[in-house]
Each structure stands twice: as C-alpha cells, then as structure tokens.
Design a protein around this ligand. Sequence first.
Ligand code: FES
Ligand SMILES: [Fe+2]
Length: 451
Amino acid sequence: MRATPKYVVIDPTAGKIDRRIFSEQAIYDDEMAKIFGQAWLMIGHESLVPAVDDFFHTYMGEDPVILTRDGQGRLHALLNMCRHRGNRVCRVDDGNAKRFMCTYHGWTYRNDGALEHVPGESEAYYDALDKPSLGLIEAHVETYAGIVFATWAKDAPSLEAYLGDARWYLDTVFNRRDGGMQALGPMKWLEPVNWKTMVDNCSDNYHVPTSHLSSARVQSRYLGRPRLSHEDQFASPNKHAFVNGHSITFRDADDNAPRYMHGVSKDTMRLFQEYHDATMPEIERRLGTLRARRVQLANHSIFPNGILGLRLALPRGPLKTEFWHFVLVDRDMPEELKRVIRIGSQANNGAAGMFEQDDVDNWRQVTEASTSRLGRRHPQDLSMGIGHAGLHPDYPGFISDRYISENNQRLFYRRWEDFMNAESWATIPLDPVEARFDGTATMRSPWSPPP
Ligand code: FES
Ligand SMILES: [Fe+2]
C-alpha cells in the first residue's frame, strides 16, 4: 500500500489551496531540497560566458554557483564553496579566470572545479590530502538554445525531456535565428514576496485588465496599442498550454505581422516589420511554417522559477525573493532594435516597470495574507475553469479551453506536489514528447561547444 504523500495542498476538484505554502519555514526548507535540489533550473545564458575561461556568478535556489566555461569551451556549474572550510572562492559577478583562489587559506581550484593547489600540501598535510576528491561540488549542466540549465539531481532526465513539448512553443521566441540569442542584464532587485506568487502569476491572464488598467491605458495613449475590451479579454482566441508544470500562453498570430514584444509602438513598428520580413525565410527553415508564421508565444513560466523568458525568481526565505531580469535579444538583430526592445522591456517589467510595479503589489499582499493566523485557515480559491481543459488536435500539451482560467495555477501546484513528495526522479512523472518539431532548430545554439 502506498504511503499518504506528505504534501496534499491543492484540491484539484474544488481548486482550494492551502495558504501555508507561501509562508511556512519548514515547507520552504523542503522546497529547497525537493524542488531546487531536484529540478532543472535556469542559471544563465551561454552569451554571458562567450569565451574560454569566462565565468558568471549565479544561483541555484539559495546556493551560490559559478557558471564557468573551461579551457576546452565546456560549461560547468560549480558550488561557490571552498571544500576546506566553506568560504566563497569567487566574490565578483563575472569575469575571466583560469583559477579561483579561496582567500581564507589559499586552496586554488581550476575553472573546471578541480582542486589544483593547496598551500603546504607536503609540509602541513604530509602529502596525505586526497585532492581529487576535493574539487568544487559540480551540478549537471545542459543548455537549450543558449539558455543554461543545471540540476543537482544525478538521476534527472535530460533537459530535452524536462522541457518536453513546451519547447515546441518556446522555440518560437528563443530558437528563431541561426545566430542565437544574447542575454542583456541582469537587473536585480528584492521583493517581499514568496517566490511562487510570481510564478503562478506569470500566466494569470485574469488579472491583466484590472491590475494593469492604468498601464494598459498608457500603452494605448502613448504607444498606439489597441485598447483591450471585455470581449478581447474574456472571449480571447488566445490559448494556454501546460507541459510538465511549465505554463505557456500563446496565440494563433496573423501571418506576416511581427510578433508583439516589448518595444513595439506606433513609432517603432516599421523597424519590427522590416526585421520580421527580412528574417522570415530563415525562421521558417528553422521552425517550419506553422510555428514560424502562426504561433506567437506570450507570457509563460518554466518550472520551477523561470518567468517570461530568462527572468528568475530566486527564493530568499519564505517571505523574500531576489528577482533577476534579463532581456534576451536575437544576437544578429540590428543594434537599434536591440535598444528598443531593451528599453521597452525595462519600461514594462524592469524594477521600475509599469507592469512590474502593479504585479509586485499583488504578490506582496498574497504573501502577507498567508502569514495571518486567521487568513490561513481559509484557502485560496483557484476554481476558475475546472474541467475545461484537455487535448487539442493542433497544439501539443494539455490545452485550456479558454485563455482565462486557473488551470495554470492548479497545474503548477500539482507539479509542486509531484516534486515535494518525491525522494528521487523515479517518482516524478513526465509528459510524453509528442509534438512534431518541424525545421532545423535543435536544443543546441551557436554558443554551444562542439559535442
Ligand atoms: S576555507 Fe578555503 S582554503 Fe581554507
Ligand atoms: Fe501582471
């Protein structure tokens, strides 16, 4: 007989969820082990370490990690902890270095993690130190279209299987050009929120007309974007897909119209249209006609903590999150367009972004409510659209009947339970990969070292 799982926090038939998951330290501690210790985590982009011996300092959950490219061009994710007593061996955000020296006693590591030099190895240690076993702790690294993922789990499935059919959609933004993408940033800030409130929000399409009303009005007035009507929002033909806890909103785009991204306005539309027209043959070759011309990815999350592209919700305790905001642009895009997208992205979702400020206030209040002794006796209601999702003849994944629903939240927290109740990957389910990936695009990017 199977034991009762430790975490049953969502009732999928009623859509009620236990608020304690947003504030309890013991649950948070389990998240660090079971989710951030087992899942594939986005940690950076290959363009942040383009040359041999480049490094970029990042995090896996709360653990400091150095993303390095060694002398052979191979990537490594190394726990930034000296194996002697534990000091950090790297204290800067990025750079180029063949070695990292701990400033406590001088143990020195190569950028592939191997312990190379120990002061007084003969005299102090009598040549008895087992150096090969004392390299920096290394995570397993794989990349998707230049985005670097890492996992501590030795039994994790391939990144390709982990992303599964979500990649069918993600490719339409992250895998368009032969030259790959380039990461700008990050901009970093702290928020008084539980990390999950951000993730479950990022394809909460329901909040947009209310929370972002004033921001949307500004967009209409100054950028020339069409005003959203009630019908646009609630009877939207846009779609919402779910794979392995990843959530993807997308729409059937107009053929020959540039896909919407931050920076598009009446003044810049011509630039986007020209770029769209000039690159479409290449994109069609890489993604096939349907995905190149008709599928437009919108808000999405990559389980557990990736939000709208390469933007990371890094947990810092149950009530605090460090947010990292990168902007990804096609590397071979005209500089003018890169600038427009960078500024547009910051203006919407940077630390002072119009939309971000609306959102942070919501997440803070949701988090705070979960600390109330009375409030937490009453679950969150995530019942919207229960029973209205299933398979679709044209699109991979589990598809919501409507663009607006809480399938997103329910499925995210179900996936959260999958991880929180698992001692290993042996009991974490994966959706089968069934999509047809037309075109030449693969997991690899031009930044990747030869296999
Ligand atoms: S703690 Fe690093 S050398 Fe001692
Ligand atoms: Fe929002």
